[in-house]
Design a protein around this ligand. Structure first.
Ligand code: NAG
Ligand code: NAG
Ligand code: NAG
Ligand code: NAG
Ligand code: NAG
Ligand code: NAG
Ligand code: NAG
Ligand code: NAG
Ligand code: NAG
Length: 412
């Protein structure tokens, strides 16, 4: 920033006061900026910025570097001359770096130098959308996406992935359609990964769509397999449920939901956070008080990861297989009644309709032979038949009612 002297004179107060120490005595020499800031991409989404120390720094200065991303996020002061970040490269991302002589955050760093990296070329509307991944059973990863809205229907997609225990980027082979979504799943078993992330990229073989990226933290998006109910029994005036957790999960990392259906309570869901006992063979057991053996109880369980072991916990496992215990009779009786009542009602309605159609008009007793069975029924319902008569004079009535409304309005 060396300005000609005359310009300096002109704009002295505005520009040159305190400026880069060009002419006269610089009172407090500000730190010179870092040099050769550059950016590169490793793996799929590891963005690395590197820079060199400033030229002409004071020998007394022990150099520290202050950096932050474009929107002043993630400020950092460190002695290294590089910084990296795993970030889905779907948007332009910039890092600003300056040098300073201490770790003190309030020390003013040098002029900040900025370097940005842009997403890959291509129309953003051609890129796939809603790229998301779920880690099933801590054993395989299933990613799926929606086609971009400027994409041909015969696009052939490819998914690439990388994580820290892989030496190179791998390609996912099993692309399939799942309704509107397109997906791919691949094995992912390494438990040491749970602290890291997996980097995902989806593009097409022909290079016509813009690649889409995602970075999936592996301590979230975990969907356990359903548990396995092992035994139901009645003990101490309650229902005793014994089940086995999905493999790969410690019971301290899971949250449970047990559903009990019977004819007294249609469906009751018990959220369970604390497990009260643990029987042998690594089973989990729970007592549900006041669930009685006099009816058929159907039980099923599902689990999800809890906040003690995982970041998010929104993904319930599928329900386990249901298991039943108790007296079947009352329930069968219930079902029988539920089935028989509509059949009887339907039969009665059909007979009634046929009957009415044959006679065409509403009739009063005496009823001819075929209706003898219903004689009593109709005797009771004589009042009902009045409705049919009302129907005939319906129009007249409405007219009268309208008149009275008008009258009332006029009174107001
Ligand atoms: C910046 O990079 C160039 C070329 O790589 C090199 O010659 C120069 O010395 C570097 N500057 C500093 C301050 O390291
Ligand atoms: C560096 O520090 C020494 C001793 O603290 C001091 O004498 C010297 O003037 C300093 N040099 C500069 C360039 O500030
Ligand atoms: C940081 O610098 C400010 C002013 O420059 C000073 O007041 C403060 O004491 C310093 N803090 C540390 C921890 O050195
Ligand atoms: C879940 O993981 C366990 C242990 O890796 C494995 O034995 C089991 O088959 C997996 N379940 C499914 C549905 O893949
Ligand atoms: C495509 O998607 C973008 C952003 O989601 C939307 O603004 C645009 O209206 C869509 N275009 C069509 C043709 O649906
Ligand atoms: C996708 O693959 C199929 C079969 O390999 C091929 O017929 C089709 O042309 C491909 N689509 C594009 C857009 O390349
Ligand atoms: C289920 O539990 C009951 C009572 O504890 C026991 O008698 C029965 O043997 C168990 N059944 C199985 C299959 O474990
Ligand atoms: C329990 O009842 C609920 C609600 O009626 C129903 O959605 C669920 O499927 C039932 N569960 C079983 C195992 O039948
Ligand atoms: C969970 O349920 C879905 C839909 O019923 C099924 O496609 C999937 O295979 C089930 N997953 C497991 C692990 O059983």
């Amino acid at each position: 920033m060396e300005w000609p002297a005359w310009l300096c004179g002109l704009w002295a107060l505005l520009l040159c006061a305190g400026g880069g120490g060009g002419g006269g005595a610089a009172p407090t020499a500000t730190q010179p900026p870092v040099t050769n800031l550059s950016v590169s991409v490793e793996n799929l989404c590891t963005i690395i910025w590197t820079w060199n120390p400033p030229e002409g720094a004071s020998p007394n200065c022990s150099l520290w570097y202050f950096s932050h991303f474009g929107n002043k996020q993630d400020k950092k002061i460190a002695p290294e001359t590089h910084r990296s970040k795993e970030v889905p490269l779907n948007e332009r991302i910039c890092l600003q770096v300056g040098s300073q002589c201490s770790t003190n955050e309030s020390e003013k760093p040098s002029i900040l130098v900025e370097k940005c990296i842009s997403p890959p070329e291509g129309d953003p509307e051609s890129a796939v959308t809603e790229l998301q991944c779920i880690w099933h059973n801590l054993s395989y990863m299933k990613c799926s996406w929606l086609p971009g809205n400027k994409t041909g229907p015969d696009t052939n997609y490819t998914l690439y992935y990388w994580h820290s225990s892989l030496e190179k980027i791998l390609r996912c082979e099993n692309i399939y359609n799942e309704g509107q979504r397109i997906g791919c799943s691949f094995n992912l078993k390494d438990p040491s990964l749970e602290q890291g992330s997996i980097q995902i990229m989806v593009k097409d073989n022909a290079g016509k769509i813009r690649p889409s990226f995602n970075v999936v933290p592996l301590n979230s998006h975990v969907k356990p397999d359903p548990p396995d109910i092992k035994n139901l029994s009645f003990k101490n005036d309650g229902l005793y449920v014994e089940w086995k957790n999905p493999e790969n999960f410690q019971s301290t990392c899971l949250l449970y939901e047990v559903e009990v259906n019977n004819s007294h309570i249609v469906s009751e869901i018990f959220p369970v956070e604390e497990i009260k006992c643990q029987s042998s063979e690594g089973r989990i057991c729970l007592l549900f008080p006041s669930v009685l053996p006099d009816t058929l109880n159907t039980v099923r369980i599902r689990v999800k990861t809890n906040k003690y072991c995982y970041e998010d916990n929104n993904l319930w496992s599928n329900w386990s297989q249901a298991m039943s215990i108790g007296e079947k009779t009352s329930s069968t009786f219930y079902i029988t009644i539920l089935l028989i009542i509509p059949v009887i009602v339907a039969g009665a309605i059909i007979v009634l309709l046929l009957y009415l159609k044959r006679l065409k008009i509403i009739i009063f007793p005496p009823i001819p032979d075929p209706g003898k069975i219903f004689k009593e029924m109709f005797g009771d319902q004589n009042d009902d038949t009045l409705h049919w008569k009302k129907y005939d004079i319906y129009e007249k009535q409405t007219k009268e009612e309208t008149d009275s409304v008008v009258l009332i309005e006029n009174l107001k």
